[in-house]
Design a protein around this ligand. Sequence first.
Ligand SMILES: [Zn+2]
Length: 155
Amino acid sequence: MELSPPGEWTLYRCTACGTGYLDPRPTAATIELAYSTYYTHASAGDVGARPRSWWRHRRTAQRNAYLNARYNYQISPGGNRSPRWLSAERQQRFDKFVCFLRYPGKGARVLDIGCGNGRVMMQLRSVGWEVSGIEPDPKSAARAREAGLDVRTGL
Ligand SMILES: [Zn+2]
C-alpha cells in the first residue's frame, strides 16, 4: 500500500509568520493518501474544563480564571479574577485551548473546518461553545462522531 502520494513537492514557508503551502497543491485523491495514517485517526480522548480529580482542581481553576478574565468565559470553578502570576508559556497554552476566541455568550456557535478527530471541538464545547465540524477524512470524522460530536464528512 502506498502511504504517501507519489511525486515531489516543494514546501514554501513564509519567513514572517511560518505559514506554508505545497507546490503543486494536492488533489482530492492525493490528499487522502497523505492523511491515511494521520494522528487524528485516534480518539480525541477526554477533554474538559472540569477537573477529573481533586489534585487537578487548582490547575483547572487557574486556567478557568484566566479564560474568564481574558476572554469573557463563565467557567467554574474559577472566578473572574485572572491569576496573579502565570508564565507566558502557560498563558499561551490557555490561549490555544480556546483558539484565542473571546466568548460571546450563551448560545455561541462555532464551526471547525477540518476538525480532525474533534479534539479542538471538545475543548471549545467544554468551555461553553455549541460546536459543529466538517472533516474530509472519513476515519477522523468517524472518531469525532463516536465522541458524540456533530461532524459531517466532506469538504
Ligand atoms: Zn506570512
